[in-house]
Design a protein around this ligand. Structure first.
Ligand code: 15L
Length: 277
């Protein structure tokens, strides 16, 4: 089983996705440095260390990244929250991650989100060149992260795998997730390939399983040799009728994130071909 020569830093290690990645890659023998503001709640995977750190602390992040070949950046506010709560971990923290990657010549695997494009309509089939269309301050921070990845690639040659994660949970729980679900197994295999791939440049990958109702199409997955193995389709009989009942949420890919605090007047219009309606 191949393992990377240089250590892999994982931020957000104590979160739901971080724990899956820590255990999944730990089992493959990856040399892991785990970090989070919260303690790691499980026994440490063999060969892993854990250091508590705040993404706002640039010196701590530089120190943690020393000698690392990859930074898996899964730490941040991960839900729709007010601007002031998002700005520290998701904006300043991201800058600290990219500065560390620049110094170490490390690759970044960034946990972006479908909420970076959440105001695209559900009737659209998107590819990796679609416009960024955030549906919340959280989604805006993910769009910013993707642009940060592009900046550091063009200016410094720092590679990024920007994973636009759909809904990564043990199982899909509503009709929207029949389109957006990413299984834990597919997530871990994606991250494994993103670490081991030879060269990636700066690519976007839709983080979704093999769902026939997917909103998303072409992306950079071939560059890393990843293909999802699971599918939300088997849950369709149970979930197809389980919609939100909210008109705005049902119209847009981001669902309730688009609907939260929505106050656009009914008759407002803009250039549909450029900005998604
Ligand atoms: C996300 O980005 C969130 O982290 C997660 O909690 C879900 O809301 C998910 O998107 C989703 O869109 O289902």
């Amino acid at each position: 089983m191949p393992a990377p020569a240089r250590p892999v830093l994982l931020t957000g290690a104590s979160g739901a996705l971080g724990r899956q990645i820590a255990h999944g890659l730990g089992a493959l023998g990856f040399p892991l440095r785990l970090t989070d503001v919260a303690p790691f709640p499980d026994p440490l995977p063999s060969g892993a260390t854990f250091t508590a750190a705040d993404l706002n602390d640039g010196v701590a992040i530089l120190r943690l990244a020393e000698g690392c070949g990859t930074i898996l950046h899964f730490g941040a506010v991960s839900v729709d929250r007010p601007f002031e709560e998002v700005i520290g971990p998701n904006i300043r923290g991201l800058y600290h991650i990219y500065e560390a990657a620049r110094r170490e010549r490390a690759r970044v695997v960034f946990a972006s989100s479908n909420h970076a494009i959440g105001f695209h309509e559900r009737t659209e089939k998107l590819d990796d060149e679609c416009s960024l269309l955030p549906d919340s301050y959280y989604g805006l921070s993910k769009a910013y992260g993707e642009l940060m990845g592009r900046l550091y690639w063009h200016k410094h040659g720092v590679e990024s795998v920007l994973v636009r994660i759909g809904s990564c949970f043990p199982e899909p729980t509503d009709a929207r997730m029949l389109s957006t679900w990413l299984s834990y197994g597919d997530l871990v295999r994606l991250v494994e390939r993103a670490v081991l791939a030879d060269r990636t440049g700066c690519i976007v990958i839709w983080g979704a399983s093999n769902n026939s109702r997917s909103f998303w199409g072409r992306d950079g997955r071939e560059v890393i040799g990843w293909a999802p193995q699971d599918s939300a389709d088997v849950f369709a009989p149970k979930l197809a009728g389980k919609t939100s009942g909210n008109k705005v949420a049902e119209r847009y890919q981001g669902g309730m994130y688009a609907a939260n605090e929505y106050s656009r007047p009914e008759d407002a219009s803009c250039d549909a071909s450029r900005y998604g309606g």
